[in-house]
Design a protein around this ligand. Structure first.
Ligand SMILES: Cc1cc2nc3c(=O)[nH]c(=O)nc-3n(C[C@H](O)[C@H](O)[C@H](O)COP(=O)(O)OP(=O)(O)OC[C@H]3O[C@@H](n4cnc5c(N)ncnc54)[C@H](O)[C@@H]3O)c2cc1C
Length: 346
């Protein structure tokens, strides 16, 4: 069997890269081990323009969001939604309100509020907040559609790939009888733990999320205050998350569940009933400088990486998949700030 590229992993990165390569007339074969708690299966899929304690709109966000809206919109998995980010303290309130007045933020800001209940009477938001234009990506639908399409076209191998089983030569790579001109690792945070790109500067971060039912009032927007709560219809919500750098596993904890439930209840003025349906944990493939890692191994020319999508994979992945496909097709150089070589130890 022959492919142009073997892609390791069918998460968000591997799925979109496979489409981009096929769009350029190339034949990828995707190897995926069906990892139940991959980041893409645990993620909320939220796109929020104003992030961090400082309510910053990063310079790259408008361009990335524009590509993401086009690509994920064409796929039918993008749900434009407003996101209400409530202020947690006076400092954040001061910054948030000044951002809301800044003309360069205008395309992303719907309105700001300065006090309790001004946006929605049932919310507990004593300091107010900013309502912004965001979006939610239906990642389960995206992953299952791509998996089915790859399977139907004979481009999916459901197996675990061990790098030691890959033979590399000047002609390309060979794995279990599958020959290709190159291999691209889209294996999420596992690249940080083993394999040819382990030496890069990774900062993987675990997070937990809940699916729950509640009688809480349902606002027509996503709730966000040191975490998020996304109404999914019929009383079902997804809510998360936390950041944990020490224990990089996919186990869930009662402590985190209780914290996430308490935070969810804290969005509302009156007590709400909650029943947890599911608790998941996943690890975000974060990098030391918060930018993805794209490109080719500095010492092994047919071994490539498309990874490091971090906590905002849905924002980064569509534009980066196109850039990576152009790079593999010999049509584009990777800009230095995205090229994995920026982090390769000397
Ligand atoms: C709790 C949490 C909340 C998040 N919330 C958001 C959010 O709201 N918005 C947002 O944009 N992003 C969010 N993210 C980040 C987002 O999930 C990631 O950026 C993105 O999903 C990473 O995708 P990926 O394809 O690189 O990795 P993954 O989704 O981890 O996919 C890796 C794939 O590779 C496969 N694989 C790995 N190793 C092998 C191997 N050796 N052989 C075969 N297959 C292999 C796995 O089975 C898996 O399918 C969140 C992440 C977490 C954990």
């Amino acid at each position: 069997m022959r492919a142009d590229y073997i892609i390791v992993g069918q998460g968000l990165a591997g799925s979109l890269l496979a489409v981009s390569l096929r769009g350029r007339g190339l034949r990828p074969v995707v190897v995926d081990d069906g990892w139940k708690t991959s980041a893409s299966k645990v993620a909320a899929g939220l796109m929020t323009p104003l992030t961090g304690r400082r309510f910053t709109l990063t310079p790259e966000y408008p361009g990335l969001f524009s590509v993401a809206s086009r690509v994920l919109g064409q796929e039918g998995v993008l749900r434009p939604m407003q996101v209400y980010r409530a202020f947690v303290d006076d400092e954040q309130r001061r910054r948030g309100l000044s951002r809301a007045e800044d003309p360069s933020y205008a395309p992303f800001v719907v309105r700001s509020t300065e006090g309790q209940g001004l946006l929605h009477p049932d919310l507990d938001d004593p300091l107010g907040g900013v309502l912004m234009h965001g979006a939610w990506t239906d990642l389960p639908a995206l992953l299952s559609r791509h998996r089915e399409s790859l399977r139907q076209d004979g481009l999916l191998i459901e197996d675990r790939l061990h790098h030691d089983d890959v033979s590399v030569s000047v002609a390309g790579v060979l794995w279990k009888g599958l020959a290709a001109r190159g291999i691209v690792y889209c294996d999420g945070y596992r690249s940080a733990v083993s394999g040819p790109f382990k030496r890069l500067g990774w900062q993987p971060a675990k997070g937990e999320a809940l699916t729950l039912t509640s009688d809480a009032p349902v606002p027509p927007f996503v709730l966000n205050r040191e975490g998020w709560a996304i109404p999914q219809g019929e009383g079902v919500w997804r809510t998360g998350t936390n950041w944990e750098w020490a224990a990089l596993d996919e186990s869930v904890s009662a402590v985190q569940r209780d914290k996430l439930v308490a935070r969810f209840r804290g969005f509302f003025r009156s007590p709400v009933a909650v029943e947890v349906l599911e608790q998941q944990a996943g690890v975000r493939p974060c990098t030391a400088d918060s930018r993805p890692y794209l490109g080719t191994h500095p010492e092994i020319p047919c071994v490539h990486l498309f990874n490091g999508l971090g906590p905002r994979g849905t924002v980064w992945a569509p534009a980066m998949a196109e850039l990576m496909a152009d790079h593999l097709h010999g049509r584009a150089a990777i800009p230095q700030e995205l090229d994995l070589r920026r982090s390769w130890p000397a």
